[in-house]
Design a protein around this ligand. Structure first.
Ligand SMILES: [Zn+2]
Length: 432
C-alpha cells in the first residue's frame, strides 16, 4: 500500500527570499491544485455543480454558530448506549456481505468495487470484516472518503488488528480506503473532481460520484447499525481529534458518549455527506476528524483508535478493551477566524490551545512590504482546527475556535440539514 506518499509540509519550506516565496506559492497551488481548488475561493472555479447557491454562509461551522441548538433534556444519555445502535440479539449469526458469508468467530478481507469495470479497468478496494462469536451490533468504519485523508486508513488497520473475533460481540465492517481512485492520485476528489462526500446516498443512474455513493451505501452501509466516518482537515489545515455529530438526534448524541475523552463539536450535517445519509437511513453516524490531509500523524491516529476502541467497549462489543473517562467539553458553537490580509501566516497557537478573547492567534506578514497584522481571537475557547503555516489570501480561514458557553443553547424545533453550495458543497474550513 502506498500510504508512504507523504506530502512534505510546504509551509515549513517557505524561504526568506522572493524566489523561495514564489516556489512556496507554486507548491501551495500545486498541492491544492490537483483540482486547482484554492480554499480561499471556495473552489467555485472547479466544481461546476448544478446546485443553486442559496446558502451564503461561509462555512459549515459558522452555520452552526448561527444556529443555536439544544440537545435532549438535561443533556443526559437517553438510554443505554447499546439501545441506540443494537439491532441484533440472540444467537450470533453468519454475516452476509458482498456475496460472502462470514461465520461467527471469524474475520475476512473482502473486496468491493463500485462498478464491475471503471474506465474499463477493475477498481476495487478492501473491506475488512470481523464477525464475533457473540451477538451484537454491527459497527462500520469508513476512511478516505476523501482520498488524501490518510490517518483514518491507519486507524482502521489498528482497530482491526486489535480485535479478536473470538472475543467480539457483534461485528465490525471496515472500509479503509473508500475513495480508492482519489487515494491513488493523492486527491481529495474523484477523478471527475467531484467530492464523493456530497453524493450520498447516491443514485444508480446518476454521475460517477452518485453511482459510487449508491453502490457503497447499498452494498455496505445499509448493513451497519452505527457508522463512524473517519476524516482529517482539508487543504493544509489540521483538526484537533474531534467528533462531529448532530447532537439533536438522540441516537447520535448517545453514540458520541461512547468515545470517551474526545472533543465533540455539534455539527449540522451537509446534505450528501455519508454522515447525513446514514443517519437519515436510521443508522446513527458521526464523523471523526483527526489531523490534516496527506500525512500520517501518529498522535492523531492513536487518539482516534483510542476513541473507537472505547466505543467498542462502551457498546459492549469487547470487554474493556479501552475505557477513557473524563469527557472533553462539547462545543455547540464554533467559528473560523479569517485572514484580512494576504501574506505569510505564522501561528502563535497550536491545536488544542485554550485561548481567551483578544489573544493573538497568529500573524500575517506581507513578504514585500514587511507589514504585519495580527489575527486576534474574537472568542474565548479552544483551537479545534487551524491552518498550517502557509501563504494565504485575504479571507482565508485560519483558526477554528470552539466557543465556550455556559448556556444550554435554545431549541431548534425543525432541524434542517445544511444545503449543498454552488461549488458542490466545499466551503473553506470544512473538512468532512
Ligand atoms: Zn474528509
Amino acid at each position: 500500500m502506498s500510504i508512504a506518499r507523504q506530502q512534505s509540509d510546504s509551509n515549513a519550506s517557505i524561504c526568506q527570499t522572493i524566489g523561495g516565496i514564489v516556489l512556496a506559492l507554486f507548491a501551495a497551488s500545486a498541492y491544492a491544485g490537483e483540482a486547482a481548488v484554492d480554499p480561499a475561493d471556495n473552489g467555485v472555479d472547479v466544481l461546476q455543480d448544478t446546485t443553486i447557491d442559496t446558502d451564503s454562509r461561509s462555512s459549515e461551522t459558522s452555520a452552526v454558530a448561527e444556529q443555536m441548538i439544544t440537545p435532549p433534556p438535561a443533556h443526559e444519555p437517553v438510554g443505554p448506549l447499546i439501545d441506540a445502535v443494537e439491532d441484533a440479539r440472540g444467537k450470533a449469526e453468519a454475516l452476509q456481505l458482498l456475496g460472502s458469508e462470514i461465520a461467527p468467530g471469524t474475520s475476512e478481507r473482502l473486496s468491493w468495487a463500485a462498478t464491475e469495470l471503471f474506465e474499463g479497468v477493475p477498481v476495487s478496494t478492501p473491506v475488512l470484516v470481523v464477525n464475533g462469536t457473540q451477538p451484537g451490533p454491527t459497527l462500520c468504519l469508513t476512511a478516505a472518503v476523501h482520498g488524501d485523508e490518510l490517518n483514518g486508513i491507519e486507524m482502521v488497520r489498528r482497530v482491526f488488528h486489535d480485535v479478536d473475533p473470538k472475543k467480539l460481540s457483534g461485528s465490525i465492517i471496515g472500509v479503509p480506503i473508500v475513495n480508492v481512485q482519489g487515494f491513488r492520485r493523492g486527491s481529495r476528489y474523484l477523478p471527475d473532481r467531484r467530492d464523493l462526500n456530497r453524493y450520498f446516498p447516491g443514485n444508480p443512474n446518476g454521475s460517477a460520484a452518485a453511482r459510487i455513493a449508491h453502490a457503497l451505501f447499498t452494498d455496505i452501509i445499509l448493513h451497519c447499525d452505527a457508522l463512524v466516518d473517519l476524516h482529517t482537515g482539508s487543504f493544509e489545515r489540521a483538526n484537533l481529534p474531534q467528533i462531529r455529530a448532530d447532537l439533536r438526534n438522540p441516537d447520535v448524541l448517545t453514540l458520541t458518549h461512547g468515545f470517551g475523552s474526545m472533543v465533540v463539536l455539534h455539527s449540522t450535517p451537509t446534505i450528501g455527506t455519508l454522515r447525513h445519509a446514514a443517519t437519515m437511513a436510521g443508522i446513527p453516524a458521526v464523523t471523526v476528524e483527526a489531523g490534516g490531509p496527506s500525512q500520517l500523524e501518529l498522535v492523531e491516529v492513536k487518539h482516534g483508535v483510542k476513541g473507537v476502541e472505547t466505543l467498542l467497549t462502551e457498546l459492549g462489543m469487547v470487554r474493556r478493551m479501552r475505557l477513557w473517562g473524563d469527557p472533553e467539553p462539547v462545543y455547540y458553537r464554533s467559528s473560523w477566524v479569517r485572514a484580512d490580509n494576504g501574506g505569510i501566516l505564522l501561528s502563535d497557537v497550536s491545536l488544542g490551545s485554550t485561548v481567551r478573547k483578544g489573544d493573538v492567534l497568529g500573524s500575517i506578514t506581507d513578504p514585500m512590504s514587511n507589514a504585519r497584522t495580527q489575527l486576534i481571537s474574537p472568542y474565548s475557547g479552544r483551537i479545534i482546527g487551524m491552518a498550517r503555516n502557509q501563504v494565504v489570501m485575504p479571507g482565508f480561514a485560519a483558526f477554528h475556535v470552539g466557543i465556550q458557553t455556559d448556556d444550554i443553547p435554545a431549541i431548534a424545533e425543525d432541524p434542517a440539514p445544511v444545503e449543498k453550495t454552488a461549488d458542490g458543497g466545499y466551503v473553506d474550513g470544512m473538512s468532512e
